[in-house]
Ligand binder design. Structure first.
Ligand code: ADE
Ligand code: ZN
Ligand code: ZN
Length: 289
């Protein structure tokens, strides 16, 4: 299955742009950079070589530098917009592929889980004759980005609030929306407080957690109970559970979110970034053999 490139009028694109700028984000740039930078040192030799081969020369073998590429092309490729998230029924706190993986028009497979499956299938043709029908560079960049998105709890959120995008809150003294708190604000505040405002220090701290932290079940994250990684249904279920237990919990319109919220949620953000990085590496290692 390949996603169609639908032609739409410039006027509609402009309207769509205005609506979506406020509504659709992944993790912020630092979140995606973290996932890709955590993954790359974990690659097998074969996977590292394939990634090097597929990345454009200007990326200088740094997957992180292009991990937010999928966000930048949303405007030129509106068909890709619904592939960054999944909307689930309000308050159920469950995810089911056949029920939930569709876009706003009800077209099935058009959600972040469907996209991870699709780009994995494309990348499995690497080194074969059938590879030529795909742009495997784009497949790698989409897969790396969506592996980050699916671990952001509110990218598997409720339908009516668009994963927290319509919930206005205050992050300390500033206005924000709940979705943006999870894409950016928690990460930015953690960097300011603990990492000298330097994302590479945040990445190093999470890398240390992955190697040393007893409650990080890295071997379990890397596998799937059925078959090889990725198992995006598992990651999506974890996200909606975390959305209910941590992101939405105790939050209402105009809530003021400050230390009590930040201090109890920042471990979840670190955990999800760590899982995203470990699973991106496990997926690329599985794909490229
Ligand atoms: N737009 C609609 N639902 C969304 C979600 N859960 N995450 C990001 N953007 C969205
Ligand atoms: Zn995204
Ligand atoms: Zn987002």
């Amino acid at each position: 299955m390949e996603f169609p490139k639908i032609q739409i009028s410039p006027l509609l694109v402009g309207f769509w742009f205005l609506c979506s700028v406020a509504l659709v984000h992944g993790w912020g740039n630092d979140g995606h950079l973290t996932v890709c930078r955590l993954a790359q040192p974990r690659l097998s030799e074969a996977a590292a070589n394939a990634v090097k081969d597929l990345l454009p020369a200007y990326a200088e073998d740094d997957l992180g530098s292009l991990c937010s590429w999928a966000d930048r092309v949303k405007f030129r490729r509106p068909w890709s917009s619904p592939l960054h998230y999944i909307d689930t029924p309000d308050d159920l706190c469950t995810y089911q592929y056949t029920r939930d993986c569709k876009d706003a028009d009800g077209i099935k497979d058009r959600c972040v889980v469907g996209a991870i499956n699709n780009y994995t299938t494309q990348l499995l043709t690497y080194g074969q004759e059938s590879a030529s029908q795909y742009n495997l560079t784009e497949a790698l960049l989409f897969l790396s980005h969506f592996m980050g998105d699916i671990h952001q709890p509110l990218h598997v959120g409720f339908t009516s609030d668009r994963g927290g995008n319509t919930i206005d809150v205050h992050w300390y003294t500033r206005k924000s929306v709940l979705h943006h708190v999870w894409d950016n604000n928690i990460i930015d505040t953690a960097e300011e407080r603990y990492d000298d405002s330097d994302v590479t220090e945040l990445i190093d701290a999470i890398q240390t957690n992955i190697t040393l932290k007893g409650n990080y079940r890295v071997k379990t994250w890397e596998g799937c109970t059925t078959g090889n990684p990725p198992c995006p249904d598992v990651y999506a279920t974890e996200s909606i559970k975390a959305a209910c237990n941590f992101a939405y919990k105790g939050v209402t319109e105009e809530s003021v979110l400050e230390d009590p919220y930040f201090l109890t949620r920042v471990p979840i953000v670190y955990l999800r970034l760590a899982q995203g990085g470990v699973r991106l590496a496990a997926t690329l290692n599985s794909i490229f053999g």
